[in-house]
Design a protein around this ligand. Structure first.
Ligand code: HEC
Length: 100
């Protein structure tokens, strides 16, 4: 699925008041984040964001990077597309998905 479709699907599936939709967010991480960070998130244009590479982050700092991006780099802000709760879900997912 291309990026616009993923975003549309996510917007349709996730009204602002809803709990984060885990399946849609997992798809977004692997496909959209994966388009820069590699399909297995081990790095591409963007760095490795597997669990083991994120030791310098906690849920707060990761959610900030996801929502605000990293100015001056290709890492985009996701605030227009993701709620705070969704960014925190993704942060927790990244910190737990492949421990060790
Ligand atoms: C357009 C390409 C692009 C997309 C899409 C993208 N990133 Fe990034 N990301 C980057 C780049 C490039 C960097 C490194 C920026 C720098 O030089 O510090 C980065 C950095 C990061 C970092 C900081 C890593 C660290 O070790 O501190 C995190 C976390 C991150 N991205 C998560 C995500 C997540 C989660 C998504 C999807 C919601 C995403 N990125 C989508 C390009 C992208």
């Amino acid at each position: 699925m291309n990026r616009a479709l993923v975003i549309l699907a996510l917007a349709a599936a996730t009204p602002a008041w809803a709990e984060p939709d885990a399946a849609a967010l997992e798809r977004l991480v692997l496909q959209d984040c994966g388009s820069c960070h590699g399909l297995t998130l081990k790095g591409g244009l963007g760095p490795d964001i597997r669990t083991g590479a994120l030791g310098h982050h906690d849920n707060d700092s990761l959610a900030r990077v996801i929502l605000d991006g990293i100015p001056g780099t290709p890492m985009p802000p996701w605030r227009p597309l993701l709620s705070e709760a969704e960014a925190r879900w993704i942060a927790a997912y990244l910190l737990e998905r492949d421990p060790g």
